[in-house]
Design a protein around this ligand. Structure first.
Ligand SMILES: [Zn+2]
Ligand SMILES: [Zn+2]
Ligand SMILES: [Zn+2]
Length: 325
């Protein structure tokens, strides 16, 4: 059994290294970007499996009822997929991943699906951004949840050194766009996390927009759905699959009146540290930042900004409606 344990982790390291090498190659081709994503994704999947294996070997079988030592030794079995591995880690090993890491895994899975299921043209900036965040997950996961012996530790350090130039690329790019981000801030334009590259660099204007970091364009009309699909699916009122329910997540915007007003998560799912967003309207870009005290209206149940000394707990429009009666 020790053999298999070795091969899972070492296999993971191999994929991680291979993926990093592709991005560091002198000549960047669509093919190298593609394999950078695929290899990183395989490496991550193997790390998850290794942790499950450490819990109990049967957990790496897709169907635990079919777990069989003979099959395990022969390697002739269907092993657990990425999603189910994440679920088992959470439910059985009680490993709760950081929200930020969860988003990274989602993005990684999404990029991999794109590559596997249809023709894609990958953007190098996006790939590097996702790879760097993927590595941030890998690093935490390995140190927090896997015990490496000295030799494995060395090997891991060696591979990690390879991604330093990529990390520098990301910081350089962030540096490059920082003046533009500041300008947006001064203009009172809200900036949210980009569903494509996962950097906090997507201005929400109510119109067609473009991520400053990866330059991915977004159609203003579908941005709300794209964004919520990526960042809000965890929400309780969110039904995954065909019938996605947006309504319960969204309130009427006090500015444009459409139901596109979204409250940023209180956990780290939507941390927009540098803009400090509390509420954002995907339709018009109206936003309320964290410094504003938001109260819940006793009459209509909506959140509204309340800056009076003695809050009455009723929003302006409900007060007006009552006066009209
Ligand atoms: Zn982007
Ligand atoms: Zn609005
Ligand atoms: Zn009200």
């Amino acid at each position: 059994m020790t053999n298999l344990q070795m091969s899972l982790l070492e296999n993971a390291f191999d994929f991680l290294e291979e993926g990093a090498d592709r991005l560091l190659q002198q000549e960047q081709t669509p093919r190298s970007l593609k394999y950078a994503v695929l290899h990183l994704s395989s490496g991550v999947e193997l790390l998850l499996k290794q942790r499950l294996y450490n819990e109990h070997w049967s957990l790496i079988f897709s169907d635990i009822n079919k777990a069989d030592l003979k099959l395990l030794k022969s390697g002739d079995f269907t092993s657990i997929n990425f999603n189910d591995a994440r679920i088992r880690l959470e439910k059985i090993s009680e490993i709760r991943l950081d929200e930020r890491h969860k988003k990274t895994l989602d993005a990684l899975k999404r990029e991999r699906n794109k590559i596997e299921h249809y023709q894609v043209s990958l953007n190098r900036t996006t790939v590097i951004s996702i790879v760097i965040q993927g590595w941030s997950f890998v690093t935490d996961f390995v140190f927090d949840h896997l015990q490496l012996d000295a030799e494995q530790q060395n090997r891991f350090t060696q591979i990690r050194r390879k991604i330093i130039p990529l990390r520098d690329f990301v910081s350089h790019r962030i540096q490059e766009i920082s003046a533009d981000l500041d300008k947006l801030g001064k203009n009172d334009t809200a900036v949210v996390r980009c569903p494509e590259c996962l950097q906090d660099a997507l201005p929400i204007t109510g119109e067609d927009t473009e991520c400053l970091f990866c330059r991915q364009p977004f159609n203003g009309r579908v941005l709300e759905k794209t964004w919520l699909d990526m960042f809000a699916w965890w929400h309780e009122s969110w039904v995954r699959g065909k019938d996605i329910v947006h309504e319960t997540l969204l309130q009427e915007c006090p500015n444009c009146g459409l139901e596109s007003f979204y409250q940023m998560g209180e956990d780290s799912a939507d941390p927009i540290e540098h803009t400090g967003l509390q509420w954002i309207c995907f339709n018009c870009g109206h936003h309320i930042d964290y410094s504003v005290f938001m109260d819940t209206c006793m009459v209509c149940g909506r959140s509204y900004p309340d800056e009076s000394d003695e809050p009455i707990g009723i929003c302006e429009s409900c007060v007006r409606a009552q006066m009209d009666d």
